[in-house]
Design a protein around this ligand. Structure first.
Ligand code: NDP
Ligand code: F7E
Length: 323
């Protein structure tokens, strides 16, 4: 049991809620969370007042404007500015209020589009970013650099974890704004359910060519990595978090289709972007510290589809507010 006061920013999101569950299960009793309606993390003075009043020992930053390839491409300003505002307010307030440990979550898209594979942490800022998500990536790079600067200048334990593509319970299943895994689960499921009989399911339309390669990590493994980073003093400021293996989007589609039990065709919509051709993580640095993923992809997809089936009435569908 631990009484460490831990503020999980974004505790209602896919990652934040998984971190909360994991910490609660491990006996952490002093967890705090605020929804965006109670505390808008873009509001600097509200964030400063909250930190002054609460004085957390640890902050886990799982709050962000998050979305799949199309949302990133269509709303560049929101993905750049909201993420900068949220993370800047959290990081700066944590420094001022003397928070002992800060865990910042970035994304594998911080690495250059055409970097050598697998992606090592040291490839950061060596060439240009993938255009569909450079806005989000630039915000995340600024977060990594802010934490690195605090570590260098103040010697504080601020660390950044870069997750690969994540999936699992409490994901966003919106057709337009979601990532590929929840999109596929919902599309195959809806097509299967709209069939007259099982063998005449309508086709499912997927985006791009299906040739990009992606790596997927179950959110419970991600939460486990966050808890590992919390409980251990990591030697460096930046660590990749993933499985170290990837597959093509076409192969993923076949796996999800089989899990869901859709028997129709797949159609590939080439008017939608492919995004980066490959972003396989080199996960050896965190492995050397002692952390490794546990949940195999097939098992994770089965479990996520089971969760989707029991939560169909109220799964999350994120819409993006613009000015
Ligand atoms: N999902 C993925 O595949 C990946 C995610 N990541 C990173 O992991 C982290 C968590 O992502 P994930 O859980 O998937 O995202 P979700 O969209 O599921 O959750 C994000 C959370 O952020 C909160 N939030 C957003 N804007 C604000 C705001 N203005 N004020 C307060 N809270 C806000 C939301 O709160 P509320 O619900 O109350 O509105 C929500 O709970 C992010 O940093 C993301 O960049 C990195 C790589 C891949
Ligand atoms: C986590 C990561 O997530 C994003 O990057 P991404 O990996 O490109 O995103 P994605 O999951 O949306 O797509 C992966 C691939 O899958 C293809 N694809 C097929 N059919 C569907 C489909 O129906 N929906 C979606 N979303 N994609 C589809 C799609 O065309 C692409 O080739 C960024 O936000 C980035 O900033 C980031 O951090």
């Amino acid at each position: 049991m631990s009484n460490l006061k831990i503020f999980i920013a974004g505790h209602r999101g896919m990652v934040g809620s998984a971190v909360w569950r994991k910490l609660a299960a491990k006996g952490y009793t002093n967890l705090i969370g605020m929804g965006s309606k109670e505390l808008d993390l873009r509001d600097q003075s509200a964030v400063n007042s909250f930190f002054k009043a609460e004085q957390p020992d640890v902050v886990i930053d799982a709050a962000a404007r998050v979305g799949g390839i199309l949302a990133n491409n269509n709303y560049p300003y929101q993905f750049l500015m909201e993420n900068l505002q949220i993370q800047n307010n959290l990081i700066d307030a944590a420094l001022k209020e003397n928070v002992a440990k800060f865990i910042f979550l970035g994304s594998s898209c911080i690495y250059p589009k055409l970097a050598p594979q697998p992606l090592k942490e040291e490839y950061l800022l060596t060439s240009s970013l993938e255009p569909t998500n450079e806005w989000y990536a630039i915000a995340k790079i600024a977060g990594v650099k802010a934490c690195e600067a605090i570590r260098k200048q103040y010697g504080k334990d601020f660390v950044s974890l870069m997750p690969t593509n994540l999936y699992g319970p409490f994901d966003n299943f919106d057709y337009e704004t979601s990532h590929v895994m929840p999109a596929m689960i919902r599309k195959f499921h809806d097509a299967k359910n709209s069939a007259q009989d099982e063998k005449t399911a309508p086709p499912v339309t997927l985006w791009g060519s299906g040739s990009p390669m992606r790596e997927f990590l179950h959110v419970d493994d991600m939460a486990d990595a966050v808890v590992f980073a919390l409980e251990n003093q990591l030697a460096e400021h930046l660590y990749n978090v993933g499985t170290g293996t990837d597959l093509s989007i076409k192969d993923l589609a076949t796996l999800v289709q089989k899990t869901v039990g859709h028997l129709g065709e797949m159609v590939w919509d080439s008017s939608k972007p492919d995004g980066t051709p490959r972003k396989l993580m080199d996960v050896s640095k965190l492995q050397k510290e002692g952390w490794k993923y546990q949940i195999p992809l097939e098992e994770g997809i089965k479990e996520t589809y089971a969760w989707f089936l029991t939560n169909q009435a109220n799964f999350k569908q994120v819409k993006i507010d613009t000015l």
